[in-house]
Design a protein around this ligand. Structure first.
Ligand code: PGA
Length: 256
């Protein structure tokens, strides 16, 4: 199984989101394989994109959530509200939220546990900055982030964990990690999850994110350690994203 996740960020409104979702379904039509495809539009577009995806193989994801179910938390959206909208996945702890909105490891932990306890599939983003990599601290940073996010997690039902390894220096820069570096970090993530949250390790996917595009997607996806990709910039370009989906299909077909 390979997973392809589109993180449209705040780049598109509802009309464009609907058009992108239709394009994704078109790109998947006629193929005999189905990568797990998750589309994450901005909150206001969720219900319209849900209609497009009805009865398709693609899933609906949110870009964030709050850890409480209800209450006086102006502007926030709870796991329960997302479930009402047909959302099955939620991105948590994206580096842009950590950087611009002050999300701490502790907040990311509360969100991850809340998502999993509500039965949502948590797409947990981790990754080091350029300075941290220069200092050789990337493995320690990812360990710290995973420990804070997963300690005490109690998934409900079949809720899965998808860890997206996204080095901050690779996001939106056109400078991706090498597939070999990604694969090495993915192995580290897998062994950490087995220690920190054994219940989740049998339903864990480890994805790579950071400047994935139509040209390099195949080189990541063909790595055994890479269960999929989380795509930002290239996911709002119809042709580019279709190429990524096609690369995932090619790998699935080649690997049988
Ligand atoms: P990018 O973003 O593909 O534009 O580098 C990835 C992400 O932020 O998830």
């Amino acid at each position: 199984m390979k997973t392809v996740i589109a993180n449209w960020k705040m780049n598109v409104g509802t009309r464009e989101s609907v058009a992108l979702a239709r394009g994704v379904l078109l790109a998947l039509r006629g193929r005999s394989c189905f990568p797990e495809t998750v589309l994450c539009p901005p909150f206001p577009a969720l219900s319209e994109v849900r209609k497009v995806l009805a009865r398709s193989h693609a899933s609906l994801g949110a870009q964030d959530l709050f850890w409480e179910d209800a209450g006086a938390f102006t502007g926030e959206v709870s796991p329960r509200m997302l479930l009402e909208h047909g959302v099955t996945h939620a991105i948590i702890g994206h580096s842009e939220r950590r950087q611009h909105l002050g999300e701490t490891d502790e907040m990311v932990g509360k969100k991850t546990r809340a998502a999993l306890e509500a039965g949502l599939n948590a797409i947990l983003c981790v990754g080091e900055t350029a300075a941290e990599r220069d200092a050789g601290a990337q493995e320690a940073v990812v360990e710290r982030q995973l420990r804070a996010a997963l300690t005490g997690a109690r998934p409900k039902g079949q809720a899965r964990l998808l860890v997206a390894y996204e080095p901050v220096w690779a996001i939106g820069t056109g400078r991706s990690a090498s597939p070999a570096d990604a694969a090495a970090m993915h192995a580290h993530v897998r062994s950490l999850v087995a220690k920190l949250a054994p219940a989740l390790s049998s339903r864990l996917s480890v994805l790579y994110g950071g400047s994935v595009d139509g040209k390099n997607a195949h080189s990541f996806l063909r790595e055994k350690e890479v269960d999929g990709v989380l795509v930002g910039g290239a996911s709002v370009k119809h042709t580019e994203f279709a190429e990524i989906l096609s690369a995932a299909c090619d790998v699935i077909e080649a690997q049988g």
